[in-house]
Design a protein around this ligand. Sequence first.
Ligand SMILES: [Zn+2]
Length: 620
Amino acid sequence: MRHLILLLLICCATGGYAKNQFAGVDIQFVRINISVDPAVKYIKGVTTHHFGLKTRQDRFLPVLLELSSELKVQSVIHGTKTLRFNHQGDSIIIFPQEVWGANDSISVQYEGVPESSGFGSVVFSKYGDTPMFWTLSEPDGAKDWYPCRQVNTDKYDSVQVVVSCPERYRSASNGIIISDTINNGIRTTTWMHRHKIAFYLVAVAVSEYEVSQEYIHLNNGDSVLYVNYYFRNQADQARKRTAKLIPAFKMLCDTFGTYPFADEKYGQAQFLWGGGMENQTMTFLMGFDPSLMIHELAHQWFGNTITCSRWTDVWINEGFAEWCEGFAEEIGVGRSNDPVSWRRRKIFSAASKPLGSIYVRDTTDVWEIFDTRMTYDKGCMLLHMLRTELGDQMFFGLLKYYIKHSPYRFANASSQNFFNLVNDYSGKDYTWFFDQWYYGRGTPIYRILWEQNTDKLLNVKIEQRRSDSSMTFFRAIVPIMIQGTNGESVFVRINNTDENQYFSLEPGFNVDKIIFDPYADIISWGSTTKEEKLSDNSSVKVHHEGSQITITSSNPKSYRHYLIQTFKHRVMQSGKIGSDGRVVVDLRRIPAGDYYIALEGDKSYFAKKITVSKKGQQHK
Ligand SMILES: [Zn+2]
């Protein structure tokens, strides 16, 4: 989902019943019959739930479904019998005749004038003079138009949506059309979707659509039916725009495995809500903006194939779909194909105000669940930074495994499930990463100081503040561009693991300036760079002989320890400096190559390049 306009959410109540007073059910197949005339604000429906019981004890207990109190339940049918029910608030409590069967079904007949909650869960509107009707059930609005269990983890095995409307209209829904008939001026269209589907991804739109169909031929040889429902008189213009999704469609299939519902279709239908909604196999959107189309399409993998377990974990849907938008920019199938500007906007949005975390603390607040800055913008940048940490090969391998082979496929994942998968897949513990970027608040703000010394070694000090006082330190890969006086440049990523860390680099040219994060890779806003005196060269003497270096400082208290590091900042050897300011370093265990030796103190830094030509035998 991506939104521009928000409305208030109305919460539901179960009228004093405790959870264990209801049968534990596993919903299997749901048939939703709905009659609607978009010109008349009224719906009539019959919804049949086929369900299994979780335990034998459950056969005595009532089944709980949710349905808005605005709609009136006419009857609940079980086989040929009517059942006793109690429609309290937005809950229908349905009592078994005697006991439920291990696999059973109930049909709820209802009608009334539906009222919207959330983002506009059930809407009668007009496009020009043309009436239209649509549903948008995420997060908790499905009950406003059909009786259901609003539980993300109880996915339906399959769903059938039967829509009856005046014959001049067409309906858009999930899966494929298995019958379309007209009787006495009423068109009845039966949609069938034979994949696991969460309750909120079922949807219906009805209007005077012009329908176009074509096939997308994927690089793996598969073909996918691509269906678009355009507003009347807009089809010619819109067709050019919907065609632009095809390269991105192929890209997503190549990156994450083929479209998960390739045996049915991918559809897009226009509606009048300011944004888009990724209904399974049938996205609803207002206009065919390339980024919006890619975002909603990406949800078919991230959000629909794998659905967030609870709304607390909505990042599992939105962070990934948003990241796919940026990835499309990167590989040339996005809106403007400028991934750096795209990410810069995300960083600005996420970091420009210091509030909040990606983790959703209050799921009764629809504004917090679908908080653009956190869930979407910080959420996609978290994935981008994870990619930097893991490297491309592991990152893409991980995502492909997650979507194609993990136990979460056609099921649900929590954010923590994903974090555990990252740790298992990589063999490393990234708990610190998710603690600071997902659960944590705020961002780091860097002050990068630099100085180039006489042997052209570039010394860099990374200082860090935090935009939120709850964070003590952000461990991160800090990207910088080093620019030379003759137009040279080199891009470097520095692994900043500690406060006030020093690094030495060998750019091979005279440095003119340093640019922080030139490619918008890290969430930080207001970071600066500055040339400043860092080293205290005058007080340190380095004497080398054989395989030993002797370092003497005339200010013994200035330095606490020494490091021998590669220019990729791998520490080869380290040790303390004596109280007399003297240390003898044995180089015999260091392989041949270029290194720098650094002395670090609280306020002082000294670095010098050394070359070891053969097992510590020579140096300079
Ligand atoms: Zn979305």
